[in-house]
Structures are given as structure tokens and as C-alpha cells.
Design a protein around this ligand. Structure first.
Ligand SMILES: Nc1ncnc2c1ncn2[C@@H]1O[C@H](COP(=O)(O)OP(=O)(O)OP(=O)(O)O)[C@@H](O)[C@H]1O
Ligand SMILES: [Mg+2]
Length: 259
């Protein structure tokens, strides 16, 4: 199963924005996408205006009580795009995982038990911390996409994340098939942004997605209105950049032209 985790240690780098946008664009192109909102903040679920129904199983139920993951899926307003939303019980997911055997592998196991799933890609939005919830997302994903801002702290946190990935990879014998770093919210007119981009190219060149997502207020506005930017402002900088990133993901992960 094709699975992509969008994760950075640093908060506010655009993980949720990019998860939502890639989900929208790829689903619009005809790919069947399952989003999983692993962040207890539930921002991805908020964008899609979805909550778990009171009578259905949830991500929490699937990971803690072995409920079927398939039954936690909720449709969105968009064709080909479904989501496992975050509910209030996700606030306690990390705590509940601590007592479970094989606690880092619960999402991977639940996804495997749910096969065959009718999706081309599972896209997981992860909160910016190193909890057991994060471990579950990382263990379940085959590809990792790390959004970074062109600033010093993003750069430093990238260094920490790569060291962490190496250490955990050795400990758990899991390695991603691909790891990509995506520069987000860049403003090429700011000299510091250009400098930081050069530093990222120098030290992380082979991991960099060859596209960047430029800073664009249209994206913020679209997200606030809970509508895809590709729909509200298809010619905007953000829509065009995100489509290029989606194309990159399509070429590298889905290996397929638009169905
Ligand atoms: N390319 C962009 N241009 C302008 N604003 C952006 C861009 N990408 C993200 N943002 C804005 O940056 C803020 C943080 O984005 P987002 O919530 O997606 O980050 P995050 O990494 O998911 O945060 P958290 O760590 O809290 O989960 C939001 O207000 C979002 O609208
Ligand atoms: Mg987020």
C-alpha cells in the first residue's frame, strides 16, 4: 500500500496544509486518496469539516481496541477523497498506546489487517512531536515528506529529525523507501529566504523536492474558507506550486499518469 507521512519536528511548517492540498489535488486528478488525521489538534479534520460519527469506530478504537480501521473512514465533500478524522479521544491516544504491546506498530498492523483497501495513496498528517502517535505514523508510512520553512530553526530541526530517523531506523529495522524535504512558504524576494534555501540545497540537496511552495496569502484564505486553493484561486502561486508538488508525488510514488 502506498503510504505517505507528512511530518516535521518543527510546528507550523505546513504539514496539514500540504496534506490537505495534496489530497485534494490528487483526488481531483482521479486518484483514490485516504487521509488520516493523526494530529490530536484535528486541523485536517477541521479543513474537511468532518468528525467521527458517534456510532462508528475511530482511529482510537482501531489502534487501542482492535476495531476495524475501515469502519473509521468518513467521506469528504470531494469525490475520491476519504478521511479517518481525529476525534476528541485522540487527545488521549498517546497515553492509551503506552500500555499496548507492539505499541509503535498499531497503525501499520491496522492498515495491513484492512487490506485490500480501495485507495491509491494513504496520506497521513502527523503532529510536530515525537509521541507514540508519531511513531505509529512513521512506522506505517513507506515515504516521508518533511515540509521545512526557509529559516534557521527549520534547518536545525531537520538536522535533529535526520539523526532521529537514523537512530530509530536502526533500532526498529525500518527505513523509508524515500524521504523528501519540501521547502514551504518561501519568498524569493527575501534575501534570507534565498540564503536559507541555498543552505538546504547544499546539505540536503539529494532529499529536496525539486519544487517549492511559495508563500501565498491565497492559500491561507482558501484554508480559512475550507475550500481547496486549486478551486478558489486556480491560477494563484500556491495552486500552481502545489500542483507541481502533487505531480512530483504522482511520478515518484504512484508511477502513473492521471487515470
Ligand atoms: N505556502 C504558504 N503560504 C502562506 N501560508 C502558508 C503556506 N503554507 C502554510 N501556510 C500557513 O502557515 C500556517 C501553518 O500551517 P499548517 O497548520 O499547515 O502547519 P503545520 O505544520 O500543520 O502546523 P502544526 O505543527 O501545528 O501541525 C497556517 O496558518 C497556514 O495557513
Ligand atoms: Mg498540522
Amino acid at each position: 500500500m502506498n503510504s505517505l507521512a507528512v511530518f516535521s519536528l518543527k510546528g507550523g511548517t505546513g504539514k496539514t496544509t500540504i496534506s490537505a492540498s495534496l489530497g485534494w489535488i490528487l483526488a481531483e486528478e482521479g486518484f483514490r486518496i485516504l487521509l488520516i488525521d493523526m494530529d490530536p489538534q484535528g486541523h485536517l479534520s477541521h479543513f474537511f469539516k468532518v468528525h467521527p460519527r458517534p456510532d462508528q469506530s475511530t482511529l482510537f478504537g482501531a489502534l487501542i481496541a482492535d476495531q476495524p480501521l475501515r469502519e473509521a473512514v468518513v467521506p469528504t465533500a470531494y469525490p475520491n477523497l476519504e478521511i479517518i478524522p481525529a476525534g476528541a479521544e485522540n487527545w488521549h491516544l498517546n497515553e492509551a498506546l503506552i500500555a499496548r504491546p507492539w505499541r509503535e506498530w498499531k497503525l501499520k498492523d491496522a492498515l495491513e489487517a484492512a487490506q485490500p483497501l480501495p485507495y491509491d495513496l494513504v496520506l497521513i498528517d502527523v503532529g510536530g512531536n515525537l509521541s507514540l502517535v508519531t511513531y505509529n505514523a512513521l512506522m506505517a508510512a513507506r515515504v516521508l515528506l518533511i515540509p521545512v520553512l526557509p529559516d534557521l530553526f527549520s534547518y536545525l530541526s531537520l538536522k535533529t529529525l535526520f539523526a532521529f530517523l537514523q537512530e530509530t531506523g536502526q533500532k526498529y529495522h525500518v527505513f523509508f523507501k524515500m524521504v523528501w524535504v519540501l521547502i514551504n512558504k518561501i519568498n524569493q524576494h527575501r534575501p534570507l529566504d534565498r540564503e536559507n534555501r541555498q543552505a538546504l540545497e547544499m546539505y540536503y540537496g539529494k532529499f529536496l523536492v525539486p519544487e517549492v511552495v511559495r508563500e501565498d496569502a491565497k492559500l491561507v484564505q482558501a484554508l480559512r474558507e475550507q475550500v481547496p486553493v486549486t478551486r478558489t484561486a486556480p491560477q494563484s502561486t500556491a495552486a500552481r506550486d502545489l500542483k507541481k508538488v502533487a505531480r512530483f508525488i504522482r511520478m515518484t510514488m504512484l508511477g502513473a499518469p492521471v487515470p
